[in-house]
Design a protein around this ligand. Structure first.
Ligand SMILES: Cc1cc2nc3c(=O)[nH]c(=O)nc-3n(C[C@H](O)[C@H](O)[C@H](O)COP(=O)(O)O)c2cc1C
Ligand code: SF4
Ligand code: SF4
Length: 269
C-alpha cells in the first residue's frame, strides 16, 4: 500500500491457508503474525494506522484473534479489520464489530473480501480454485479505502443475520466435542513434521514416528490438513474431495511455517 509520508502502518494477521496473509502483505509488506505474539505479556501497539486481517470461521473471527483483541491495546487514530471469507459471511462484520465494542475497541473501517473457501466438508478445492472471486480488484478498493482513511462498517442485511442463526441452530444439534476429534492421519504419512510446524496453536507433535494431536487449543484453521504434502490427514466428517488441498497461490509453505510455527527452542510450553 502506498503510504503517506512518514506514516507508520501496523498489520496483524491470522492465517491457515494463506488467504489472510496474502491480503495482509498487500496492505503492509511486513505484517505481524498473531500466533507469534499472542503469548507476549505486554500487548501495547502504537502506529498511525493499525489493522487486523483474519479469516471467518462460522461467521466469526478465530478464537486466537478474539483473545488478541481482548488483551491488546491499540494506540492509533485509525483502526481497521479486514475479514476473509469463502462463501457466506453471515453478518460477520456486525458480529466482529459487536465483539470489538464489548472489548472497548472502536473500529473505524471494517470490510470483507471473498476468496477461496477452504472449508473441506462443503467445498472441493479444485473447483474453488477455478472460481473468479475478483480478489485483486476488491483488494485494490480496500487498500485505497485504508489509504484515504475511509471510515465505514460494511452493512449487514437481515438475511445475513438469518444465515448466522441457521448456522447456530445446526451447530447446537452437533455433538459438543465434534472439533475435538476432527482429524485422522493415515499410513501415507512420511513423518515430515510439516503439520507440526504449520499449526498456529502448537497442537501437533511427532512421537515415535506418529503424529499426535492435542486439540485443546485447536483453532480449526485447517493449516495441518491443507499443507500435508502426502494428503495423509483426513477429516472424520465427510469431505467433498479428500484428494484436493489448498494453499493461496501467492503464499509459500515457508511463509505459513514462519507465521504459525510454535515449536522453537525459545518457546516453552
Ligand atoms: C473452520 C472453518 C470455518 C469456516 N467458516 C466460514 C464461514 O462461516 N463462511 C465463509 O464464507 N467461509 C468460511 N470459511 C472459509 C474461510 O473463512 C476462508 O477460506 C478464508 O479466506 C481462509 O483464510 P486463510 O487462508 O487465511 O486461512 C471457514 C473455514 C474454516 C476452516
Ligand atoms: S504433514 Fe502429513 S506427511 Fe508430514 S508428518 Fe504431518 S501427516 Fe505426516
Ligand atoms: S490442529 Fe490443525 S486445525 Fe487445529 S489449530 Fe492446529 S493446524 Fe489448525
Amino acid at each position: 500500500m502506498k503510504k503517506n509520508r512518514g506514516e507508520e502502518v501496523m498489520i496483524f494477521y491470522f492465517t491457515g491457508t494463506g488467504n489472510s496473509l496474502y491480503v495482509a502483505k498487500n496492505i503492509e509488506k511486513n505484517p505481524i503474525s498473531i500466533p507469534q505474539i499472542i503469548k507476549q505479556t505486554e500487548q501495547i501497539y502504537k502506529a498511525d494506522k493499525i489493522g487486523i486481517v483474519a479469516p471467518i470461521y462460522g461467521h466469526e473471527v478465530p478464537e486466537m484473534v478474539k483473545q488478541f483483541i481482548r488483551t491488546a491495546t491499540f494506540q492509533t487514530d485509525y483502526f481497521f479489520i479486514i475479514l476473509t471469507f469463502g462463501n457466506r459471511h453471515g453478518g460477520a462484520v456486525e458480529l466482529t464489530n459487536n465483539f470489538c465494542k464489548e472489548c472497548g475497541l472502536n473500529v473505524d473501517y471494517l470490510n470483507l473480501i471473498q476468496m477461496v473457501d477452504n472449508w473441506l466438508p462443503s467445498f472441493d478445492m479444485d473447483e474453488q480454485r477455478k472460481i473468479d472471486k475478483h480478489v485483486n480488484e476488491n483488494l485494490f478498493k480496500i487498500i485505497s479505502d485504508i489509504q484515504y482513511e475511509k471510515r465505514s462498517i460494511q452493512p449487514v442485511t437481515d438475511s445475513d443475520r438469518q444465515a448466522h442463526q441457521q448456522y447456530l441452530e445446526i451447530r447446537s444439534k452437533m455433538p459438543a466435542d465434534i472439533f475435538q476429534h476432527l482429524y485422522t492421519v493415515n499410513d501415507d504419512c512420511i513423518q515430515c513434521s510439516i503439520c507440526t510446524k504449520v499449526c498456529p496453536a502448537g497442537c501437533i507433535s511427532l512421537k515415535n514416528d506418529k503424529v499426535i494431536y492435542d486439540m485443546n487449543n485447536c483453532q480449526t484453521c485447517m493449516a495441518c490438513i491443507h499443507n500435508c504434502p502426502k494428503k495423509a490427514i483426513r477429516l472424520n466428517i465427510p469431505e467433498k474431495n479428500p484428494m484436493a488441498r489448498y494453499r493461496n497461490n501467492e503464499v509459500k509453505l515457508k511463509e505459513i511455517i514462519e507465521a504459525n510455527n510454535q515449536w522453537k527452542p525459545s518457546v516453552k510450553f
